[in-house]
Design a protein around this ligand. Structure first.
Ligand SMILES: [Zn+2]
Length: 311
């Protein structure tokens, strides 16, 4: 039977963004319950460890991380960034949520290299793809997928890694971190214009960045065509040794934060296509990181499709 390792931790439920905030613990509760209902795939659950600061500093400036943790309140909420639109709330339990979210990807990287496991889903929050090397943004503080990438390169000498981001928002943080790095290909399909406003097609880095902005109202077929032509074809040429996914379910038609019209089953198609490429170039090795997705019913259905596509 095919096998999937799911990393998560109860600390990830403790991150609190205030009343009526879309990035809430119910997202993980829903995903966990849905994953538990899957019985035709062997799912191994593991506890995400605390990420060491040394590994976080592979990506983030030390002062940024230290100052952020110093701001964590003993009660109530504070924001990391001054501008409220940045939406970076810290609650008393933030530190462990952030460190466990990042630790999930690091532990998955260890399993992938040392134990030769091949498929992973990191069921974590807070998400990471908006976090830049020295700035938090859009519910993100540490860039989980970026730390995993650098960790694989520094500790295990992996050379070429591709990050595919199908969250409906552009991963400005991941793009910023790898903007001048030919060893990492970052490819994103996202609604535009939309928060955070980056991700235009001419943002090309050193030829390693591929952005596919799509307009509000885009439906399944058009989305998948663009995904194949502007994302997957470039991954195919790059031949990555490992593929990481920034997995957001907010391009679903039910999602309250965006206006793309994917169906739950589309996440199976998209994921399956990524896995097919990984079999060609990456020995089938894929680590998927939860980013966005804010409608609970959409999450419930989409995660099952994503996991079915993964294994
Ligand atoms: Zn998103």
């Amino acid at each position: 039977m095919n096998e999937l390792i799911v990393y998560s931790h109860s600390d990830c439920f403790l991150k609190n963004n205030g009343i009526n905030h879309p990035e809430r613990k119910e997202r993980l509760e829903t995903l966990n319950k849905s994953i538990d209902e899957i019985n035709d795939i062997s799912i191994i659950r593991k506890e995400a460890p605390i990420a060491s600061l040394k590994n976080i500093y592979l990506v983030h400036e030390e002062n940024y991380i230290k100052n952020m943790f110093l701001r964590i309140p003993t009660s109530g909420l504070v924001t990391v960034e001054e501008e409220l639109f940045a939406d970076t709330f810290l609650c008393p339990n933030s530190k462990n949520s952030i460190l466990r979210s990042c630790g999930a990807g690091i532990a998955a990287a260890d399993d992938l290299i040392v134990n030769k496991n091949k498929k992973f889903f990191c069921n974590i929050r807070p998400p990471g793809h908006h976090a830049e090397s020295k700035k938090s943004l859009g519910f993100c503080f540490v860039n989980n997928v970026a730390v995993c990438t650098r960790y694989l390169q520094k500790v295990y000498d992996v050379n070429k890694i591709a990050i595919i981001d199908f969250d409906v928002h552009h991963g400005n943080g991941t793009q910023e971190i790898f903007y001048k790095d030919k060893t990492v290909l970052y490819a994103s399909i996202h609604q535009s214009p939309l928060f955070p406003g980056t991700g235009l097609e001419d943002e090309r880095g050193v030829g390693n960045i591929f952005n596919a902005p799509i307009k509000s109202g885009t439906k399944s077929k058009e989305f998948i065509d663009i995904f194949e032509n502007k994302i997957l074809q470039n991954i195919d040429k790059f031949k990555p040794e490992i593929i990481l996914i920034s997995c957001g379910f907010d391009a679903h038609y039910r999602d309250p934060l965006a206006q793309i019209n994917l169906e739950s089953e589309d996440f199976y198609i998209i994921t399956k296509k990524i896995v097919e490429l990984s079999l060609l170039h990456s020995n089938g090795r894929v680590i998927s990181f939860l980013e966005g997705g804010y409608d609970l019913l959409a999450l419930h259905k989409s995660i099952k499709n994503h996991i079915k596509g993964l294994v």
